[in-house]
Design a protein around this ligand. Structure first.
Ligand code: TXA
Ligand code: MG
Length: 340
């Protein structure tokens, strides 16, 4: 089978039924046969397989080039299925699911036996998420089971936020790409570990830390690193090919000039492009953190398309979704490990 994008006219709009879309019906058939389907969520596109089919799940790792020890997120149709996939679900988990599902939040809970260890990287916990995107919802309803899906990019690269990004990265290796347009959030889901008594954030994302803490009425610490092998926690994740350097706005012009003197192709990503950057590959970024999150990955890919050697970037404020954007940019700027 070859990759194809469902014609835009065939994708269901919010409120339409799954049965209205032949593309979604075909995608569900491919999942039942053990194939791979890339599909849109409101955060980023996922590379999906039947979560209970070990061979299909294994293919995800092969196609992504991702170590099999790195656990996947299992996408489910509704919060009412939480207890069917997760065991010993805590009150905090139920409270979070009630408020933020469907939406850009993933919960780590104890794994039920139906979740194969291949999907969890051998862990006894599983990451679960109910996506809000109409096409993802339609696909989950039509398929009926859980869909294991990491972001639909090669391991260590920037997540895709439109169907074109998926095709650029994975091309013929995926059986079908459902085109649901540009992702509304644009960065990955917030991951909250509720598998023990103390909820903790493992990855900042589409749901803000402030919103989690308001709801639970307690601080929710950010727990990065630790014992779990999480690719999203690798220092140098979410990186374009170009080297990324985080700078204060005042430093950009001088740095850009210095790098250009060394013969480097420089791209500047900033809300305010310095006048000296006019003859550089300058890309203005939106000021609002929500709008910035939406376009960030496309702009990083743009720098690669322009064959830049170095991307100079400024950070947004470290609050709200700006904290998640800043986190991604710091990781993009971190020293690269050989696996990336
Ligand atoms: O927005 C998203 O979360 C997207 C869409 C497609 O849902 N998915 C996504 O998947 O970003 P991926 O595989 O690129 O990132 C999932 C993260 C990884 O960092 C993984 O290690 C972590 O979730 N994860 C999965 N299962 C886990 C577990 N049992 N314990 C701790 N971390 C886990
Ligand atoms: Mg990913």
């Amino acid at each position: 089978m070859t990759a194809s994008v469902a014609p835009r006219g065939q994708r269901p709009r919010a409120g339409e039924t799954a049965a209205a879309s032949p593309a979604v019906a075909r995608a569900a058939r491919i999942l039942r046969w053990g194939g791979l389907v890339a599909f849109p969520t409101e955060t980023v596109y996922g590379l999906g397989a039947d979560a209970e089919n070990v061979r299909a799940v294994s293919r995800i790792f092969a196609v992504k080039g991702r170590p099999t020890s790195h656990p996947l997120i299992v996408h489910i149709a509704s919060r009412t299925q939480l207890a069917a996939w997760g065991a010993e679900v805590s009150d905090a988990a139920l409270t979070l699911a009630e408020r933020f599902w469907p939406g850009p939040m993933t919960l780590i809970v104890r794994r039920r036996d139906r979740v194969p260890l291949e999907a969890t990287g051998g862990l006894d916990t599983v990451a679960l998420r109910v996506p809000a995107h109409a096409v993802a919802q339609a696909l989950l309803a039509e398929f009926g089971g859980g869909i294991a899906a990491p972001s639909a990019n090669r391991f260590g690269r920037v997540s895709p936020t439109c169907a074109r990004h998926v095709l650029d990265d994975l091309g013929e290796d995926v059986d079908l790409v459902l085109d649901g347009g540009d992702c509304e959030v644009g960065i990955e889901s917030t991951i909250v570990d509720v598998s023990s008594a103390e909820p903790a954030i493992l990855r900042l994302g589409g749901v803000t830390r402030e919103a989690l803490e308001d709801l639970l009425g307690r601080p929710v610490p950010l727990r990065c690193g630790g014992s779990v092998r999480s690719p999203g926690q690798h220092a140098s994740h979410y990186a374009p090919r170009a080297r990324v350097i985080v700078l204060h706005p005042d430093e950009i012009a001088a740095q850009a000039a210095a790098l250009r003197r060394k013969g480097q192709r420089v791209c500047v990503l900033a809300a305010d492009l310095p006048a000296a950057a006019e003859d550089l590959a300058g890309v203005a970024l939106p000021r609002s953190p929500e709008a910035l999150a939406r376009v960030l990955y496309d702009r990083l890919r743009e720098a690669d398309r322009a064959e830049c050697d170095v991307v100079l970037v400024t950070l947004p404020d470290d609050s709200g979704i700006g904290a998640a954007v800043a986190d991604r940019l710091r990781r993009a700027a971190a020293p690269r490990s050989p696996s990336d």
